[in-house]
Every structure is written in C-alpha cells, then in structure tokens.
Design a protein around this ligand. Structure first.
Ligand SMILES: Cc1ncc(COP(=O)(O)O)c(C=O)c1O
Length: 362
C-alpha cells in the first residue's frame, strides 16, 4: 500500500524542461528577468499593483515591518495561533509581538480582543489568514483606521483565496506570501510582498538589495540587506503559476469530498469554510484526540499533522495568559492529507480509516 503523506510539493516535467531551457540559454541564476516575470504574474493573479519576490515568507514579513518603520519600542498585535514565523518576524524587526486570541469560526484574530490589546506602543496589526480564511476584513481595516495602525497581512497560506471577491494580501498596507515546499505552489523557498503604495514598494526594493536602487551600482541610500530571490526559482514559479488555477479548484473539490465522506462521523468537526472564497491549502479538522487518530492513520500508511501549538505556550515564548480558543485549536486540530495530486480514491481511503477509527473507539 502506498504511503500517503500529509503534504508533498508537486513538480512535473514542465518545471524540469523550463529549468533545462533556462540553463541552456546561459541564465545567471540570480534575480533578473524571470523574477520580474514571476512578480508580474503574481500581480495579475492577485490584483496587486506592486509585487516584490524575496527569499522567503519570514523575511518578507520582516521587510514589511522595516519598510513601515516598525522597530524597538513598538508593539505589533499578532494572533496567538499561527505559524511561529508571523511572531518571529516581529522579533526580528526588534519590536514586541503581542499575542491575542483567535475566533474558532475562522482560526483568525479575534478583532474585539485585538482592540482591547492596543496600547500607546501599538503600531500595527498582523492579520494572518490561516488556510485561506479571513476575519471580517472591513472590520479589521476600520479598527486599524480608528487607532492609526498599519495592517500587515500574513497571507502566507492564502494564495488563491479572497474575501468578498478581493484577493487576500491586498487589503493592508502590505501583504505577504510564502512559496515554501508545502504551499499550494512552491519554489522550494520564497516569499512575496504585495502593496499598492509605490513609496512602500520603493522601500521594499531597497531593503531587499543592500539599500540600493539599482543592482550593480554601489551607491546605498539606506541600510539594506540581501533578501533577493533567484531566477532559478522564478523559472519554477512561472510554471507553478500556470498550474495554480487548477490547484485552487482541486483544493476546493478535495475539501468538499472530505466533508461529504466524514459527514456521518460526529467526532469530526470542520471549520466553517466558504469555498467560493477560500482555497484550503490544508484539510483541517477538529477531533477529540488528534494524537490517537494520527497514530491510527500512521499504522494505515497515512500521514497527518497536529495543528500548531498556541504561540504563548511555545518553548520559544513561554508567555503567561489565557487564550482558550487558540488552546482549543491547538489541542484538537489535525491536518489531513492535502497534496493537490491526491486522487478521490486516496481521499476516500483516508476517510474510511477515520471512520474505522471512530467506529472502533465508539
Ligand atoms: C502563516 C505563515 N506565516 C509565515 C510563514 C513563513 O514562511 P516561510 O516558510 O516562507 O519563511 C509561513 C510558512 O511557512 C506561514 O504558514
């Protein structure tokens, strides 16, 4: 029986041929025209005016904060349930991440609690659209406006997802994506920053390239770093972009199939998901006992992965506090096999094993 991983990247002969053609043409590998093309494709797909592709989705968040002038002495509100890079990018910028609980209906920041956490040091809210779901974005923007705060969208998991018809990542001052291996499309590593503001875009470009305006010209206007991308990755990214619309549709079909197949299992709860808007990158469920189910699935040659621990409880942070919803998600969440190439038969096999598990333990 073939092992079904919880997630695998999906590259094909198209990527292989494109890389071979690029190398045959004498490409220098480093960021150049293919990167510009990849950025244009991302801008077209998301409707953002400017896109800058960078080394990964952690530094893209760091660059966003730097470009907004956020640093030591500043606080940034971040959901207490997210991939740890959201918070770590704030630490990297020298600011303090302030953890706020989530709402279980979306797994996103609870906006009422966020408002209560605002202090005189708060400069920004980092909105994380986990698995392509978003909070009420109008309310989030209004909240930020009321308090004079920036909104930075960590949309690392949201390529292909929108809110009321607008692509996630395009609501705040800046939005960020990731192209790490498990994402809906991947270039191994990689991140992208989206903004409609030409001034912010100019700052992003300088921060990512040693503080200069032009590659190869050694005149540096500000302190910048090297967070550039490579054309080698962009060649893969361009091929992956061609496959993205199909994958968006497939993720939605898979989510629906999982929901149908598990509808009769009372122990399995799905997070409310509007598939018109959300393209679920991972199939996420809430169950009484994710570790026990994971072990059962492992014995049946099926991979799964428990949700992230709540940020405040991570050894790296160890912050006191009461975060019932993020703790609940962390205690009960499990990601099921989600690779876009899985067949309906694969999904049915996973669901049959889950049904088996709960029939046996009932
Ligand atoms: C929500 C979220 N933010 C940030 C990141 C960091 O992105 P990267 O792995 O590209 O640094 C990830 C992904 O890994 C993520 O899922």
């Amino acid at each position: 029986m073939k092992f079904i991983n919880q997630m695998e990247p999906w590259l094909g002969s198209e990527e292989k041929q494109a890389i071979a053609a690029y190398l045959d043409a004498g490409g220098w590998l480093t960021e150049f025209q293919r990167t510009r093309e990849f950025e244009r494709r991302l801008a077209e797909f998301t409707g953002s005016k400017h896109v800058s592709v960078v080394a990964n989705g952690t530094v893209s968040l760091f660059i966003a904060l730097k470009a907004l002038g956020i640093g030591p002495g500043d606080e940034v509100i971040v959901p207490n349930y997210t991939m740890i890079a959201s918070a770590n990018s704030i630490v990297l910028a020298g600011a303090k991440p302030v953890f706020v609980d989530i709402e279980l209906e979306t797994l996103c920041l609870d906006l009422e609690l966020a408002e209560k956490a605002i202090t005189s040091a708060t400069r920004a809210i980092m909105l994380v659209s986990l698995n392509g779901r978003a909070p009420d974005m109008n309310a989030a923007l209004a909240l930020a406006r009321r308090h004079g705060l920036f909104v930075v969208e960590d949309a690392a998991q949201s390529l292909g997802s929108g809110w009321q018809g607008r692509h996630l990542g395009t609501f705040g001052a800046m939005g960020s994506f990731s192209f790490s291996a498990p994402k809906i499309i991947t270039t191994g590593q990689g991140g992208a920053l989206l903004t409609d503001d030409p001034e912010l875009f100019d700052r992003i470009q300088k921060i990512k390239d040693f503080g200069r305006r032009e590659a190869g010209v050694d005149f540096h206007e500000v302190i910048g770093y090297n967070f550039k991308y490579t054309d080698l990755q962009a060649v893969i990214g361009l091929e992956q972009m061609k496959k993205l619309p199909w994958r968006v549709a497939r993720k939605k079909e898979m989510f629906s199939l999982y929901r149908r197949e598990l509808a009769g299992v009372p122990e399995v709860k799905f997070i409310p998901t509007n598939l018109e808007q959300t393209s679920p990158w991972f199939i996420d469920i809430l169950v009484p006992d994710p570790d026990a189910l994971k072990k059962h699935l492992r014995r049946a040659e099926i991979g799964s992965r428990p949700f992230y621990p709540a940020l405040h409880s991570q050894p790296a942070y160890q912050r006191p506090g009461n975060f019932p919803e993020s703790e609940y998600a962390a205690r009960h969440g499990l990601w099921l096999p989600s690779s876009s190439f899985l067949s309906d038969e694969d999904v049915r096999r996973v669901c049959a094993e889950i049904r088996n598990f709960y029939t046996k333990t009932a």
